[in-house]
Design a protein around this ligand. Structure first.
Ligand SMILES: [Zn+2]
Length: 407
């Protein structure tokens, strides 16, 4: 089997580690996660690395440098999934990194730096509704308050960590303490259609988009659908409809900006009642912070205008704000050269989705390689990548390591 075929077969093996029989669902601290971690631990050993596990449950593989005392390059991705996931989001980045080290090991080759391959225990946040638990532990930014998060069954993160053999009181020990770092390089499926449209197997990520989330509440007045005349109405849903279209228009007016109203709750929600209240979500993303911030201000202003015209009150609650995370110019340049070494055109693209690099960036600089996925589909059983594209990704990572060694 080639390295890429091995990666594909391993993605299938990991897909069988699930809490549900019919689909892939692998949350933090679950029996299926334990199984997946055992498999990854075995593959890490086969690739000539030392394996260890930290308190939060990240699995580390350590490949020694040619001489001790050198810096370390981090590579990897996450092993947890959303509910009803595909088999590549996260796992591919772990397995491609192991495959790249396997090639070094098979050739009896060591580099002037060590490589740590990390399989993060939680990125998607399915169980605790929080993101990046694994990479934040490594970055040393997991707070004591995070340990009090509870899952749907009332089990705290601290308890869950204890149950899988970690010590929540020593979570600070999970922070990287292996000396100088070169950076963190993650391979991940694109989760978008750009590479497919450009007929390219891989792309170099320029930045991870920043994101604002808001919860909007529109309050009008409920009334009888048959007796209240149209001109006196304060229909919260009609106002919401106008706001949704304004969100779309503001996003379309700015290249690279995406804005989404993904959730709409209508009250009282009956056929014969004028909607008195609508709660809606707003998600705005762009790779450059000023553009995102300016757009958010515009959208919220337009929402207030719509409310004023319709005599509907609009209340805005900010839910979260994450700044854009630029990828390191140095690592991106080396990745670009590595793509050229594979005789491919270099495409730089921003990531609309968040990744572990967002958390790792406070620890060391980050670089990302995207792999084409069919139709840009992710977080779905329809997630699909080709063996040929995986072979390219492994090849590019190998070229990258060589170039980094020579730099
Ligand atoms: Zn992912």
């Amino acid at each position: 089997m080639t390295g890429a075929e091995t990666v594909m077969a391993r993605c299938d093996e990991l897909a069988a580690c699930s809490e549900e029989a019919e689909r892939i669902t692998r949350p933090f601290g679950s029996p299926s996660m334990k199984k997946a971690q055992e498999l990854v631990g075995r593959w890490i050993l086969e690739a000539g690395m030392r394996v260890s596990r930290d308190n939060v449950g990240n699995v580390h593989g350590h490949y020694e440098a040619a001489a001790p005392g050198g810096p370390t390059l981090l590579m990897g991705s996450h092993l947890d999934t959303v509910r009803g996931a595909g088999r590549y989001d996260g796992m591919l980045g772990v397995l491609v990194a192991i495959a790249a080290v396997q090639e070094l090991h098979d050739a009896g080759h060591t580099l002037p730096f060590a490589i740590d391959v990390i399989a993060f225990a939680d990125e998607e946040g399915l169980r605790f509704g929080s993101t990046y638990l694994g990479s934040r532990a490594l970055a040393g930014t997991l707070s004591p308050a995070d340990l009090n998060l509870v899952d749907a069954r009332g089990i705290s993160l601290a308890q869950a960590i204890t149950e899988v053999g970690g010590d929540p009181s020593r979570i600070a020990d999970d922070r990287w303490h292996g000396g100088d770092l070169i950076g963190f390089v993650e391979t991940h499926i694109e989760q978008g259609p750009v590479l497919e449209a450009r007929l390219l197997p891989v792309g170099v990520v320029s930045a991870i988009a920043g994101q604002n989330r808001y919860a909007l509440t529109l309050k009008g007045e409920a009334g009888h659908a048959g007796t209240v005349p149209m001109n006196g109405r304060r229909d919260a849903l009609a106002a919401a409809a106008e706001i949704v279209l304004a969100v779309e228009a503001e996003a379309l007016a700015r290249p690279g900006l995406v804005a989404t109203v993904g959730k709409l709750d209508v009250f009282p929600g009956a056929t014969n009642v004028i909607p008195g209240q609508v709660d809606l979500s707003l998600d705005v993303r762009h790779s450059e912070d000023p553009t995102r911030i300016e757009t958010c201000a515009h959208i919220l202003e337009r929402a207030q205008d719509v409310g004023a015209q319709r005599n509907v009150t609009v209340t805005v609650k900010p839910v979260s704000e994450n700044a854009a995370v630029p990828c390191s110019a140095r690592l991106s340049q080396l990745l670009s050269r590595a793509v050229e070494d594979a005789r491919l055109e270099v495409l730089h693209l921003a990531s609309g989705a968040g990744h572990d690099g967002v958390a790792i960036e406070s620890l060391t600089e980050i670089g990302m390689l995207f792999v084409r996925c069919k139709g840009g589909v992710s977080h779905s059983p329809a997630e699909s990548v080709t063996t040929q594209d995986v072979a390219v990704a492994i090849d590019v990572l190998g070229n990258f390591l060589e170039r980094l060694a020579a730099a």
